[in-house]
Design a protein around this ligand. Structure first.
Ligand SMILES: Nc1ncnc2c1ncn2[C@@H]1O[C@H](COP(=O)(O)OP(=O)(O)OP(=O)(O)O)[C@@H](O)[C@H]1O
Length: 233
């Protein structure tokens, strides 16, 4: 397995709060991995550390052997749980803004994605529904040529129809030679797109494996397992 992303003994404290405790894992190219956990389990903190937006209190993260820092920014495309766009923009402006910011932005791919998701460049960002807005954010993030894509709750707060559209787009436009890490606590609909899953609970990684293997070993779906593990959360 050629490791693309390596997270080694990463901990993060916010004052007395231990948001992450000694998290270690490796991800290879060609897989979609689900980072699953209930609210407050540490998912966003972990993604922010990998994206270089916050420092770990201890431990180390590397992407293709490069430590997280200015040089790793070109290797990682990150979709935060808040929009990357401004309300005054139309979708065309959002694409231009992103293309100006990132030299690796593939406008042609972005336009194909917009088409697939029935978005028009003239549509105004402030008039988009939550589901449409998530589709736009996904378009921006997946249209960069990166090694690692990090998506923080890409289907948070959207209805089931929009969820399906977003997940279909993810599967359709995911580049096979990259690594995709998707955080969520909404396991029901999204389980089908994952090759691997990680369970994070109270800042600790408590399980990491192939979906098929976990299903066989545990004799239940990832969704059922998730409900069991987080029952008391
Ligand atoms: N900037 C911060 N200052 C203090 N505490 C924080 C900060 N960011 C996160 N935390 C705390 O760290 C813990 C992990 O938060 P995090 O946002 O990483 O969890 P999460 O799994 O992404 O949750 P959610 O699904 O609700 O977004 C929580 O207890 C949260 O309150």
């Amino acid at each position: 397995m050629d490791t693309v992303l390596q997270v080694h003994e990463v901990s993060k404290n916010y004052g007395a709060k231990k948001a992450l405790r000694g998290v270690s894992f490796q991800l290879a190219a060609g897989k979609i991995t689900g980072l699953l956990g209930s609210n407050g389990s540490g998912k966003s903190t972990l993604l922010k550390i990998i994206a270089g937006l916050t420092y770990p209190s201890s431990g180390e993260v590397t992407v293709q052997g490069t430590r997280i820092g200015p040089a790793s920014k070109a290797l990682i495309s990150y979709m935060p749980d808040r929009p990357l766009t401004e309300p005054w923009m139309n979708i065309g402006d959002a694409l231009t803004y992103y293309a100006d910011f990132y030299a690796d932005f593939d406008r042609e791919k972005a336009e194909r994605m917009l088409d697939f998701m029935k978005l028009k460049t003239k549509d105004r960002v402030k008039h988009l529904s939550k589901g449409m807005n998530e589709r736009l954010q996904l378009t921006l993030v997946l249209s960069r040529r990166a090694s690692v894509y990090l998506l923080d709750e890409p289907i948070g707060g959207v209805d089931p129809v929009a969820r399906t559209a977003i997940l279909n787009a993810l599967v359709e436009f995911y580049e096979e030679d990259s690594t995709l890490l998707v955080s969520t606590h909404l396991v029901t609909d999204i389980e089908r797109i994952f090759d691997d899953v990680m369970f994070i609970k109270d800042g600790e990684l408590i399980m990491h494996g192939e979906v098929e293997e976990i299903r066989l070993q545990q004799g239940k779906s990832i969704d059922e397992l998730f409900r069991e593990v987080y029952a008391e959360c």
